[in-house]
Design a protein around this ligand. Sequence first.
Ligand code: PMP
Length: 290
Amino acid sequence: MSRIAYVNGRYLPHREACVHVEDRGYQFADAVYEVCEVFDGKIVDMTRHLDRLGRSLSELSIVWPVSRAALERILREVVARNRVTNGLVYLQVSRGVAKRDFTFPAPGTKSSLVVTSRSIQRDVSMKVTEDGIRVTTTPDIRWQRVDIKTTGLLAQVLAKEGAKRAGAKEAWMFDKEGYVTEGGSSNAWIVTADGTLVTRPAESGILKGITRAAILDFAGREGIKVDERPFTVEEAKGAREAFVTSATGIVSPVVQIDDAVLGNGRPGSIASDLRRRFHEGVELLPVRAY
Ligand code: PMP
């Protein structure tokens, strides 16, 4: 079955799905995006993802390409047309097409919308749960508005490529004081000796992850202690456990940071439990319920 993408009002086979050469997403990374997990035929936490999209758009003065209700329908339609039961749905909104010029295009220029969806093999995600992942560390060289989910991801491209070359799955970036900000495409967590979850406060240096928020809710319901404070690379290397969260990876236990093996080198019980029970409290929107 060929994959179907939505591009500016049309559902197209991937090979025909193109954007204009002067799309500002292509020219300037003048665009924002969201990725939602698709779990068991349902879109996970779409409300929170679209809330964050709304914030990203308004911070950059990009107008919604379609109404929020229409976008919800398009997301479900793209998932359904691609027959994705477990995987992800991706959306990108750019400031639109205009002659290349740094300043904003004329008022009334329509923003562009692209939506794609694909399956993720269960055995791949199971392997992460069973084996855990390794992370490397690298200075955070990004701009300061990392709270906005823009497609300007070159720093993360370089960080994650460096991790891959070192045999790791993720790169943890750290600020000038040596505190971990976040992963290239995930939020970073450690677990202290007494079982407290520690993650950097969302006020500075990180994207406010939707999966992060879901874990904070879960911890609140379960009475698991959480400390939202910065932690250093050194502290992380000596932590009882570590893990990363993202919509596509949910909770991935970390078993090694650079050369430091955590615990016995196997995924920790707290991270494994959070992963196993993750979907208990999240919003699940059936794709075909319309
Ligand atoms: N931080 C960064 C830099 C990311 O790219 C992502 C994933 N998009 C996250 C954190 C995790 O966010 P979420 O849980 O919303 O996927």
